[in-house]
Design a protein around this ligand. Structure first.
Ligand code: UDX
Length: 448
């Protein structure tokens, strides 16, 4: 099938490369000249494991090309997939300007029958809205049919997720459109779900908001485990063995970040508000996430006292491992809180140093290695579970650098190993002193 993909961000580029690799002929179009030039040269402009090799292979096989010209991309396309960004607008709802521009271009340019697929995450009703814009601009008497086909890719494993997704959701009005899109994805052997367009749009938000809810829930359980002397990993394992709950997304830590969960939770609340409905659970999910991002700072204050002048290393700055993405990373809120308390903050990340420079305040000293960052610190905060930090040699590095206190926001370090090395370890959600709990209950006249 001949495809045009509009937008070469995470979603558009990964989708384009993967669809080319299953035999389709793909032209990716983007307004960013520099990015397109890089892609034409076989370079991926962001860090995504496995994408470079696959892209070069597909360009070489002449199934994948890049352009800045919409007309050229749309010229022979049977399907146009739109994957441009929908960043959070000032009202909390996604900013649809880029999408509207693409819809106008499609209306003006397309001179043959085509299916337009919206893959960008958009509020419920956006397909309908965009189809009106296309119709207003339409110059040629051709059939332009719309479909919603949300993506569920995770950064860092986006290529794997494209080939091993749990479902492909196709929201379309007519059977013909749905069948064409099913044929497009059939080689992936992933189950299809056909829905109406609005339901497909909602599935994306409901899924992300539910996962965010799971994270805030387990984080609150973790906070309670600390107080009641239980261990969050055991609790999560026990919960996850119940298939109705499921074991995934029950890792407690310093809250969720990234380009999707925070934005999509806000957008769903915004959609609710516009429908005169208050999404109460999501209000709490957001509140808990904000609070959770500061858990390590609270723990550090409790343990080290006034943080003024104390030197603290932040290890891992991206919002999660295997990505250089700093958007809504917990490290930003943590760095900010530490600076406000007068701490001296140093940071290191194995991959996202360039982005870190743009996202973090200038007062934060960025280092080239973990070793350099740990030099003379009063405490280290582990914020992203990069493999470099989870390997046993990392504990030895902490010892060599004379780090005496570690606050682990991802519970990824080996507690017994650190204890053996004489390093004080503060994870999340592991109650240490059950005696204190008993006393506290008894003081309130209750048996625990
Ligand atoms: C997410 C969705 O998973 C994906 O389906 C959607 O298309 C885009 O948003 P992504 O943002 O790339 O993907 O990352 P994900 O791996 O889902 O993690 C999101 C955040 O949740 C990260 O900050 C991560 O650290 C946090 N998280 C995840 C937890 O704190 N605990 C968990 O158990 C899982």
């Amino acid at each position: 099938m001949k495809l045009a993909i509009v937008g070469t961000g995470y979603v558009g580029l990964v989708t384009g490369v993967c669809l080319a690799s299953i035999g389709h002929s793909v032209v990716c179009v983007d307004v960013d000249r520099e990015k397109v030039a890089q892609l034409q040269g076989g370079r991926v402009p962001f860090f995504e494991p496995g994408l470079d090799e696959l892209l070069q292979e597909q360009v070489h096989a002449k199934r994948l090309s890049f352009t800045i010209h919409h007309e050229a991309a749309f010229d022979q396309a049977e399907v146009i997939i739109i994957a441009v960004g929908t960043p959070q607008g000032i009202d909390g709802l996604p900013d649809l300007r880029a999408l509207i521009e693409v819809a106008r271009n499609i209306g003006r340019t397309v001179n043959h029958d085509v299916i337009v697929v919206i893959k960008s995450t958009v509020p419920v009703g956006t397909n309908h809205f965009l189809s009106q814009i296309i119709a207003e601009e339409q110059c040629h008497p051709v059939s332009i049919q719309m479909a919603s086909n949300p993506e569920f890719l995770r950064e860092g494993s986006a290529v794997y997720d494209t080939f091993h997704g749990d479902r492909i959701v196709i929201g379309a009005a007519g059977e013909g459109v749905a069948n064409t899109l099913e044929a497009l994805y059939r080689p992936l052997h992933i189950p299809f779900l056909h829905t109406d367009i609005r339901s497909a749009e909602m599935i994306k938000y409901a899924s992300n908001a539910f996962l965010a809810t799971k994270i805030s829930f387990i984080n609150e359980i973790a906070n309670l485990c600390e107080r009641l002397g239980a261990t969050i990993e055991d609790v999560a394992r026990g919960m996850g063995m119940d298939q109705r709950i499921g074991e995934k997304f029950l890792r407690a830590g310093i809250g969720y970040g990234g380009s999707c969960f925070p934005k999509d939770v806000k957008a769903l609340m915004g959609m609710a508000e516009l429908s005169d409905y208050t999404f109460q659970i999501l209000q709490a999910v957001e509140r808990v996430n904000r609070m959770q991002q500061l858990r390590l700072v609270e723990k550090a204050e409790k343990r080290l006292g006034d943080l003024r002048g104390q030197r603290i290393a932040l290890l891992g700055l991206s919002f999660k491992p295997d990505t250089d993405d700093m958007r809504e990373a917990p490290s930003l809120a943590i760095a900010d809180a530490l600076l406000k308390r007068g701490a001296q903050v140093v940071g290191y990340d194995p991959v996202s140093m360039e982005n870190a420079r743009n996202f973090l305040p200038a007062q934060i000293e960025l280092c080239e290695s973990a070793e350099q960052a740990l030099e003379g610190v009063d405490a280290a905060f582990l914020l992203t579970e990069w493999i470099e930090f989870t390997m046993p040699v990392f504990a030895l590095l902490l010892q060599r650098m004379k780090v005496s206190v570690v606050f682990d926001g991802r519970n990824c370090l080996d507690a017994p190993a650190l204890a053996r090395l004489g390093i004080e370890y503060h994870p999340i959600g592991r109650g240490i002193d059950a005696q204190l709990v008993t006393t506290s209950f008894q003081e309130k006249g209750r048996e625990p």
